[in-house]
Design a protein around this ligand. Structure first.
Ligand code: AMP
Ligand code: ZN
Length: 111
């Protein structure tokens, strides 16, 4: 499958990993929008939030279970952070493998 994030999960394309288990991979965004910008992906190809269903929602649950731990390990949990999912064209999604942006290390004042 010609999917950038599947290739990162498979190790075909390198990434700077910050956390990994059997359900998810978290790595540094190549074009960070904050001092800390982590991309978190499920280790199964889900195209977007529109494809979350009762069979694959366990991956979303696993991701949200680990977000506070990843933020804590990177040292910004206490100060807080922002989690973003872009879905589809209007949402600004550019990689068609569901992912969450975990952003920290600054105070966001915009919406
Ligand atoms: P989105 O626009 O929500 O689909 O986000 C895709 C994100 O993937 C962007 O923030 C990109 O900077 C990031 N990205 C693209 N290619 C890579 C890569 N090879 N390694 C890490 N992050 C990447
Ligand atoms: Zn994929």
């Amino acid at each position: 499958m010609d999917c950038l994030f599947c290739k990162i999960i498979g190790g075909e394309i390198p990434s700077t990993k910050v956390y990994e288990d059997d359900m998810l991979l978290a790595f540094r965004d190549i074009n960070p929008q904050a001092p800390e910008h982590i991309v978190i992906v499920p280790k199964t190809h889900i195209r977007s939030a529109n494809e979350i269903n009762s069979d694959n929602v366990k991956y979303i649950s696993a991701i949200w279970e680990k977000i506070p731990q990843i933020a804590a390990d990177l040292g910004f949990a206490e100060n807080g952070y922002r989690v973003i999912n872009n879905c589809g064209h209007d949402g600004g999604q550019t990689v068609e493998h569901l992912h969450f942006h975990l952003l920290g290390g600054k105070t966001f004042t915009d919406f």
